[in-house]
Ligand binder design. Structure first.
Ligand SMILES: Cc1cc2nc3c(=O)[nH]c(=O)nc-3n(C[C@H](O)[C@H](O)[C@H](O)COP(=O)(O)O)c2cc1C
Length: 434
């Protein structure tokens, strides 16, 4: 290193020592400054100290994780940059992703004391099936883009810990294989086809495979603008069209069913891409009725964020709702999903179950969702971080950590079962929510 490079690094570190960053990382600032002011070898020591701070060591085994965030940098290291962009993207400037996270902080907990909490029961029942916890593995497309075992690893984790798994229409594993790996039914998420006959064929196949419920996703009917994905794709040096027939993604089209490339999507691979008979317009409430009339499965809608649509859904015989904004991938400038939840719950009046997802990363987030009336709470990216980092074991550990956090907060709040997590256990912090 030249004399001037050395001097400019030294000045930069002196500047860093004046910011809260080093102290926040646990560096003894007095010691650091004295090293920096000392002879050459001590200044080198200061450089190395700063380098250690900058390189927070990654976990090397799932069991080392303290919380779900520990999986994120490991997954990022393992996953190709364009696929990482697909995972992390929101819409426009990703504001709804942030809103989802921030919104949990608008509620504070109201703990109750002196309740016997030596035993807590986190189990829930959905359409007559019991699950060990209310934590749902939300549908996430193309999981083999994150780990070679993809949806199968997730199914095995769901089996090991008895969680509800919802499979994406655009999964890289078939519904039949996932149900076999889960050792029991999973729910199916539905993206409609332009041709109703194909939609019907897909729904019937899912029904035959043994899925008890289908969740029709209604928040991408106009497409979405995923800029983080587009930017990541630009820096990935691999040629997208080697694997994706449609080539690289284009602004505004992500999220619509892309008939150009279904080769690696076994749930829709049987449909010839060239011959869709387009429906007139995009789906409306008539489509929901048609779906209900077509299948014996429970029909849920995923992507509802208002009380008005929740009321319409009940009127149209829908069996359940996902309050969801697609993890901030559908539109920008939305509220956090937990802010939409109260009006949906009020409109539904307990008639059908309501799932909440979006930005759930902590046991307290899950608790707040349940307190505000959700029947179950879903995660997307966190379990994919686990998958990308350590495969099935990573997914299992994510589920375990969230369950532990939930159990802890349930005990602290004096709530020994999910049913006991009532609205009075949370309170709005500010004037923005009621
Ligand atoms: C990479 C990725 C792919 C997704 N694919 C689908 C999908 O195929 N169908 C769907 O309904 N939702 C899909 N979602 C949305 C999730 O089901 C869920 O609503 C969202 O991830 C929850 O937010 P979170 O990621 O902040 O936990 C996807 C989300 C991600 C991150």
């Amino acid at each position: 290193m030249s004399e001037s490079e050395f001097e400019s690094r030294r000045r930069f570190l002196a500047f860093l020592a004046g910011t809260p960053l080093l102290a926040a990382a646990g560096v003894d600032l007095r010691h650091f400054r004295s090293l920096l002011a000392g002879p050459h070898d001590q200044q080198i020591e200061a450089f190395e100290l700063a380098q250690d701070v900058a390189q927070d060591p990654l976990i090397t085994a799932a069991g080392q994780a303290i919380n779900v965030f520990d999986f994120e940098p490991v997954a990022k290291k393992n996953i190709p940059v364009a696929h990482w962009g697909y995972l992390m993207t929101g819409s426009d400037d990703d504001g709804t992703i942030q809103a989802n996270r921030d919104a949990y902080q608008r509620w504070a907990m109201r703990m109750r004391r002196l309740v016997d909490v030596s035993k807590v029961d986190t189990s829930v029942s959905l359409f007559g099936t019991r699950f060990d916890t209310p934590i749902v593995l939300c549908p996430v497309g193309s999981q083999k883009a994150f780990h070679a075992d993809g949806e199968l690893a997730v199914a095995r984790a769901a089996k090991a810990r008895n969680h509800l798994q919802v499979l994406s229409t655009v999964a890289t594993t078939s519904i039949e294989d996932v149900i076999a790996a889960r050792g029991g039914p999973v729910w199916m998420q539905l993206y409609h086809r332009l041709d109703w006959a194909q939609t019907r064929q897909l729904v019937k196949r899912v029904e035959r495979a043994g899925a008890p419920a289908v969740a029709f996703t209604v928040d991408l009917l106009g497409g979405s603008n995923r800029e983080t994905l587009l930017r990541a794709q630009q820096v990935d040096t691999r040629e997208c069209s080697n694997c994706h027939k449609g080539g690289k993604p284009a602004p505004g089209i992500s999220g619509l069913i892309d008939d150009r490339d279904n080769r690696r999507k076994p749930n829709i691979a049987e449909f010839a891409p060239e011959t869709p008979i387009p429906e007139v317009g995009t789906p409306t409430w008539d489509f929901v009725k048609r779906l209900k009339d077509t299948t014996s499965m429970k029909v849920l809608l995923k992507g509802i964020v208002t009380g008005e649509d929740a009321a319409l859904a009940v009127q149209h015989g829908v069996d359940g709702l996902f309050v969801s904004n697609h993890g901030g991938r559908a539109e920008n400038s939305l509220r956090g999903t937990i802010e939409s939840l109260p009006e949906v719950v009020a409109a539904v009046r307990g008639r059908i179950p309501v799932e909440l997802d979006g930005g759930v990363r902590r046991g307290t987030d899950i608790f707040k969702g349940l307190a505000l009336g959700a029947s179950a709470v879903g995660i997307g990216r966190p379990y994919i971080w686990g998958l990308g980092a350590f495969g099935q074991e990573g997914v299992e550990t994510v589920l375990l950590l969230l369950r532990r956090e939930l159990e802890l907060v349930m005990k602290q709040a004096g709530t020994t079962s999910i049913a006991r997590i009532s609205k009075d256990r949370v309170v709005a912090r500010g004037p923005r929510v009621s």
